[in-house]
Design a binder for this molecule. Sequence first.
Ligand code: UDP
Ligand code: MG
Length: 309
Amino acid sequence: MDKMLSLIVPVYNEEEVLQISFEKMDAEMKKIGYPYEIIYVNDGSRDGSMSILRKIANKNPQVKVRSFSRNFGHQTAVTCGMDAAKGDALIIIDVDLQDPPEVIEDMVKAWENGADIAYGKRLKRKGETIFKKFTAFCYYRMLKAMSANAIPLDTGDFRLIDRKVADIFLKMREHNRFLRGMSGWMGFEAVPVEYVRNERYAGKTKYTLKKMLRLAMDGIIGFSDRPLTLCGGFGALTLGIGGLGLITLIILACCAVSFPAWLWAIDGMVILQAMTFLFLGIQGSYMNRMYDELKARPLYIVAEDLNLD
Ligand code: UDP
Ligand code: MG
């Protein structure tokens, strides 16, 4: 059993929970039995988090800490942890004990049984506002409808990923990161591990409404071209309506049926407006492609080779 596990924990102003969180996670990792490292990424905390991390790291050689110069955001902090991780499987977990450390064992079991990704699926969320529960419920469903690659419902970043998946993550250097979407995009054998999401152990959420909206936008813009194609579709539809209107008016005029002359003007406006939408949609498709090229994701991902070196 010489495989190793890396636990990746992003930290932003978490002095109230850090110590107890470390104790619980460390005990859990010991129990699981593989050699392990715990990588804390301090995302520019302005409270006592870093001095607590210093103390923990001094006493525990399995604890590694990387500290940012300022707040770069949760998704970037997790990415940094992945960059630093040496393990054969990486586990991403929040520091606030909302993701119960006991679930890690189930994820490791799924991994031992061949899963490349074992993602935490929330059966219930405790201690979160109705607003958060409702917006999250709607958002995940909307995202699923909008994006071509499966992003599992009610799933956060709490997950285990195999080394080969992590290596592909490391190749994807896009700046606006939405890790759960990237994970869905990659494919691989992803297995859900169900759990009940706890209340935050202490402290307040570090995801402000602004940060949450930004993450939500990153999810949609990064993983769906629907907003851009929608415009073209709308343009085509309106052009159809304007065209039908024009044909009707011409027929009426030929049959010498009288109608108000401003109908010509209205129909002309509808057609012009439709053309604008249509051209915006066409421009959007070019933008989509440019964005796609800029992201420079790998063209394809190999899961297995047979008889190939
Ligand atoms: N976090 C971070 N940088 C940020 C915001 C949050 O590293 O800018 C960390 C935070 O310390 C925690 C995790 O990301 O470990 C999730 O944040 P939080 O629990 O506040 O979000 P919520 O669970 O309320 O969505
Ligand atoms: Mg939390």
